[in-house]
Write a protein that binds this ligand. Structure first.
Ligand SMILES: *Cc1c(COP(=O)(O)O)cnc(C)c1O
Length: 377
């Protein structure tokens, strides 16, 4: 019943909800069922639920909410990687060519290397900053599935989704965008022409550092059905309690993003002014290489900032001197955190490269704490 003219805060709360019913809860409780009583009618008659892997009420409400924010129909998965696996495997098969970002989320490349190639899929990797030119040259001709990640994690480069979508529309490739960093409020890839938008809802969409979830949304009924069948058969359906928590957490997305982005603006300025720091990236900072495209294509900023200090020991001193910036490898949650990406071995980044995720603590406290920590670097 959502109204497209409503703002982000209203839609975060009301997306996916029906009109309130007198005497009923404003939010339904989770339906914690695996099998449902079948009764005497044929299984699934009138859309009745039978077994929770293929469908259940709590999941449908959550998916309706996420789908409304994305502007499509959404399917939730147990994790972001389950969603990405479903997106590519429901579309591409043996002999197909798949194009992935070379600088995107590391595990997506592991999925390609260890699974897709084993099943006869040919995988090519293109940097986020070059995919626009590759598409314009016609070099995506013959690709079956193209995935973008924008802003990319962890370097925060941005590519022009609409320009790549024009190329893939012309060649018939399916275009998917990993929209995790932006969130559905920060960017609407389906509006920009993508066929699929995927997200790790473990990150900012649910944002409380206590859940694993992911989703794929689309406006294409055939793709939706393929994804649904893929999920039914491979079984990465989230449990009802996760779906219920995800929906509850999503209600505060607008508030969390607003605080996180306000802090990120201050943190990016602080980092840029500090002599111990180089290479600060925040796409909404004037002068950032992503700034022009990000402000044109995206709807609002978020709290993920990246930067570089001298080396591993410098990151250690920063974390050792901080009380509020905690070493952790996720992002988008309520806690502020710092991840030294080189420790994982998967990203082509220097030893002192860090991705900072601004939480929802007070901006002044986070800035004061980070200032003290930087002085110890
Ligand atoms: C975390 C992340 C994923 C994977 O999500 P999980 O929920 O951890 O499986 C995919 N893409 C991006 C950009 C991510 O940050």
């Amino acid at each position: 019943m959502s109204d497209a003219t409503w703002g982000d805060g209203t839609r975060s709360v009301r997306a996916g909800e029906d009109a309130p019913v007198p005497g009923a809860p404003l939010r339904p409780s989770p339906v914690l069922a695996a099998p449902f009583h079948l009764g005497a009618a044929p299984p699934g008659a009138d859309g009745a639920d039978t077994y929770a892997r293929t469908g259940q009420p709590t999941l449908r409400v959550f998916e309706a909410a996420v789908g409304e924010l994305d502007g499509g129909r959404s399917l939730s998965f147990a994790t972001g990687m389950a969603a990405i696996s479903a997106a590519v495997l429901a579309v591409a098969g043996a002999g197909d060519r798949v194009v992935l970002p070379s600088d995107g989320y590391f595990t997506t490349r592991l999925l390609a290397r260890d699974q897709l190639e084993r099943f006869g899929v040919t995988v090519e990797y293109v940097p986020t900053t070059e995919i626009g030119a590759v598409a314009a040259r016609g070099d995506l001709d013959g690709a079956r599935f193209v995935m973008l990640e924008t802003p990319s994690n962890p370097l925060l480069d941005v590519c022009d989704v609409a320009a790549v979508a024009r190329a893939t529309r012309a060649t018939g490739a399916v275009l998917a965008v990993d929209n995790t960093t932006a969130t559905p409020l920060g960017q609407r890839p389906l509006d920009l022409g993508a066929d699929l938008t995927v997200g790790s809802d473990t990150k900012a969409l649910t944002g409380h550092s206590d859940l694993l979830l992911g989703h794929v949304s689309t406006r294409d009924d055939e793709l939706y059905t393929r994804l649904k069948v893929f999920r039914d058969h491979t079984g990465a359906t989230p449990g009802p309690f996760e779906a219920w928590l995800g929906h509850r957490s999503m209600s505060t997305l607008d508030l969390r993003l607003a605080r996180q982005a306000a802090t990120a603006a201050a943190v990016a300025d602080l980092l840029a002014a500090h002599p111990a720091v180089t290479g600060v990236r925040w796409p909404w900072r004037p002068g950032d290489p992503s700034h022009e495209l990000a402000t044109r294509q995206m709807l609002r900023p978020n709290g993920v900032v990246s930067a570089e200090v001298a080396d591993e020991a410098a990151v250690g001193r920063l974390l050792g001197a901080s009380r509020l910036w905690t070493a952790a490898t996720s992002f988008g949650g309520v806690h502020s955190s710092v991840d030294r990406r080189a420790q994982w071995g998967g990203d082509a980044v220097p030893a002192g490269f860090v991705r900072l995720s601004c939480g929802i603590e007070d901006t002044a406290d986070l800035v004061a704490d980070l200032t003290a920590a930087l002085d110890a670097v």
